[in-house]
Design a protein around this ligand. Sequence first.
Ligand code: MLT
Length: 203
Amino acid sequence: MAEALSHIHRFEEGAEPDAAPLLLLHGTGGDENDLVPLGRTVAPHAPLLSPRGKVLENGMPRFFRRLAEGVFDEDDVRRRANELADFIGAARERYGIAPPIALGYSNGANIAAAVMLLRPEALAGAILLRATAPLSQTAPVNLTGKRVLIVSGASDPIISPEGAARLAALLQRDGTNVEHRTLPLGHELSQADIALARTWLQP
Ligand code: MLT
């Protein structure tokens, strides 16, 4: 029997195993099943890799610890981002897939951003839905040629416009091609998010 990987996860091969794989990262209280339908909608034939966050907050899975809403334990963000990057590497070997594009929502988008900024080799790019800067500062890395789509909600009560702008600036500083869109929405996702993600993924 193959050795267990570090994260509970789902892997869906997809009808086109050579299509760019998606790494699905759920929000607080979600699990590895949550974003599979969204992943299938935006990338109907791609392999999907969907881990469950390993931190529990009142029983709700997350990808890193927070001290209060919007106040992150940055040591834990760094530790968990490295752990997730190692998981991606091990899962790529297990399933024979290329570096994935992350599709993350809320806490899942924030850990995807941290992985891009700390372990740039782990991801090919990212779609970050309702994301903020997960770290106040990071050392420069080379993200030249990588693409990131950030989709914010104009009236999001959890993610401030400044947080999303700080994230965009950090990624751009390191050479990422960032497209930042803001929808007339709150923290919840909508068909408009799906349409933007689908369009952005088109080659
Ligand atoms: C977080 O990472 O804590 C998000 O910004 C908010 C959430 O996931 O609830």
